[in-house]
Design a protein around this ligand. Sequence first.
Ligand code: NAD
Length: 258
Amino acid sequence: MDLAIRGLRVLVTAGASGIGLATARAFAREGARVHVCDVDQTALNAVAASDPAIVQSVCDVADRAAVTRMFDQVTATFGGLDALVNNAGIAGPIAACEDIALADWERTLAVNLTGQFLCAQRAIPWLRKSSNPSIANLSSAAGRFGFPMRTPYAASKWAVIGLSKSLSIELGRDGVRVNAICPGSVAGPRIDAVFANKAAARGISAATVRDEALTKTSLRRLVSADDIANAIVFLASPLGANISGQVLPIDADTQALF
Ligand code: NAD
């Protein structure tokens, strides 16, 4: 299948690792021009070494001035922008609501929600000039289900869906598609550590915790970062030209969070 995105100008936030890096690489493989930003300079240096075709810069998406500087750099280099992948998101505190510090609540909302708003604000004037414009906003399975002990994260991810659906209507007349992507738990060291911590807290094995988690998915498995990346690339391609305002779970049919 030819995705026909050679030369597409793409910005992926938090693209130095995880889903963001997988997405940046998936775009680059198809011949797109890709800029990643991230707060982690060391991780960006590693990307510069491993993927020299991917342009990168340091930016905290919650910092309005930094976002402005980053967009100036991206649009000066690329001469415009066709696709924004609002991927940056942090886990936030894992605690009961009454024990969460206001600063932790605010930081989670600042990165996960305000960061997407700030990047969309800067991207929109450029996307309006594009012949194939799109925004993918990373929500989560936690944007579709309640998630106890993770209230700031879940609140931010539900809010991402409201942002995405509203923007889709607002920008539709200019042909800009906006979709929310809802990954399930991605296989890898991060989820392995979560299983290990829960197992230690309950005095059971990590394998048991993992098996319990998988019973919450119809397909009985975790997903991969590449699963998410491939869907994002498809939506940004001309093949996704008539898909907007959607909330796309990529989660092995998750029925509940654990
Ligand atoms: P990750 O934890 O692997 O982090 C990715 C990158 O984000 C890191 O390189 C980090 O330096 C960067 N980052 C952190 N704060 C930033 C900021 N303020 N500005 C710019 N960059 C910043 O992330 P991931 O697991 O790949 O998740 C990517 C997105 O997908 C997030 O929005 C996350 O909430 C969502 N998501 C992930 C999963 C999962 O299981 N991994 C599941 C559902 C949703």
